[in-house]
Design a binder for this molecule. Structure first.
Ligand SMILES: NC(=O)C1=CN([C@@H]2O[C@H](COP(=O)(O)OP(=O)(O)OC[C@H]3O[C@@H](n4cnc5c(N)ncnc54)[C@H](OP(=O)(O)O)[C@@H]3O)[C@@H](O)[C@H]2O)C=CC1
Ligand SMILES: Nc1nc(=O)c2c([nH]1)NC[C@@H]1CN(c3ccc(C(=O)N[C@@H](CCC(=O)O)C(=O)O)cc3)C=[N+]21
Ligand SMILES: [Mg+2]
Length: 300
């Protein structure tokens, strides 16, 4: 093990501290409290855990937290009506609809019904378009958290070779846009990429967002490269006892840490930063909605 371990837990606590400062200032100077609404459709147990920890941290930084839990068989019309009421609610500045949605709901339609100014996930087509053209937008939380860690560790990313593995709308594509915005030379790899190991070996920065446990081994990593592991995969861990599980990333941590210059662990890497950035985006949305100057160091 030689790599520097980028501690997402510590960094996320720092970001939440900055958010709490901004929230305190809004309250003291303008008597405004930012509000975040999370909409959860169905009973997915993993989603419920995220929703709980998001709600707790939202309150900890001094924001208002609202949760809407809807039945798994909720109709599209009913879900759209909930979103409409949140769009119109002046006490709500951020709206997050937890993905994936049950199959009978049109995800694109639902996401695009959120007021783009309240779209703290940055998934609405207008935010995607703004990001892609380098205009001020709401930036997706997971890629924003990865960017913050990379900038903090490297300073400038200009001219670095970055490989993003995964091309989803929620992680891979916006991550690639942010790296391009910071003047990296960006390659986006996916399931049809030829010679993935060789592509990854060229990278100064590897961002793995695949959803395949420990898929990237250490011998794909260029010595000294920075590895950002977005993957959250739950594996059975009978060694910890009957029915127990453990979390692993998309990177084989031990072998990668032996050659990388720096690496994020799972858990304790990208995940906590995602939640911190969600709170940062909610504060940013609230400031913009009220025509106030934006917090510094919390946007892309
Ligand atoms: N830490 C955090 O805060 C977050 C973590 N996650 C985690 O990140 C991971 C990725 O999430 P998400 O982007 O939503 O996943 P998706 O399933 O939406 O996308 C996965 C991507 O990986 C690609 N892929 C699949 N298999 C391979 C392969 N063998 N070789 C190369 N590429 C492959 C797919 O390619 P193709 O397009 O060709 O199918 C696709 O582009 C998951 O583990 C998820 O749990 C997600 C969000 C937040
Ligand atoms: N609209 C929407 N926006 C999202 O941002 C979104 C989503 N839907 N659907 C699901 C994914 C996944 N995601 C995570 C956030 C935090 C952790 C996190 O905090 N993980 C901890 C560990 C958590 C645990 O122990 O289970 C860590 O990595 O240390 C993980 C995953 C956000 N997502
Ligand atoms: Mg997906």
């Amino acid at each position: 093990m030689s790599a520097h371990i980028i501690d997402g837990k510590v960094f996320a606590a720092k970001v939440r501290g900055l958010v709490a400062d901004g929230v305190g200032k809004l309250k003291a100077e303008h008597d405004i409290v930012p509000g975040l609404a999370v909409v959860l459709v169905g009973e997915d147990p993993a989603s419920q855990v995220y929703v709980r920890s998001k709600g707790k941290m939202t309150v900890e930084v001094g924001m208002k937290s609202v949760e809407h839990r809807l039945e798994a068989d909720t109709s599209e019309a009913d879900l759209l009506a909930v979103i409409k009421s949140l769009n119109e609610d002046p006490s709500i500045h951020g709206i997050l609809v937890q993905l994936p949605l049950p199959k009978h709901l049109n995800e694109d339609l639902v996401i695009n019904s959120i007021d783009p100014a309240k779209d703290v996930d940055g998934f609405h087509i207008s935010n995607v378009g703004l990001l892609g053209t380098g205009q001020k937008s709401m930036v997706p939380c997971t890629p924003l958290g990865c960017l913050m860690m990379l900038r903090d560790y490297h300073g400038s990313l200009s001219g670095m070779d970055a490989v993003v593995i995964g091309r989803s709308n929620i992680v891979g594509k916006p991550m690639a846009q942010l790296l391009l915005g910071d003047s990296c030379t960006v390659t986006i790899a996916h399931s049809r990429t030829k010679d993935l190991p060789d592509v990854v070996r060229r990278a100064d920065i590897v961002v793995a967002a695949v959803g395949r446990p420990e898929m990237v081994p250490g011998d794909w990593i260029k010595p000294g490269a920075t590895v950002i592991d977005v993957g959250i995969n739950r594996l059975d861990a009978p060694e910890k006892g009957e029915g127990k599980t453990r979390l692993v990333g998309d990177v084989h941590y031990e072998s990668a840490a032996a050659v990388a210059g720096a690496i994020t662990p799972v858990p304790g890497g990208v995940g906590p930063m995602t939640i911190a950035c969600l709170l940062a985006n909610t504060l940013t949305a609230c400031c913009r909605a009220n025509g106030l100057s934006e917090p510094e160091g919390l946007t892309a």
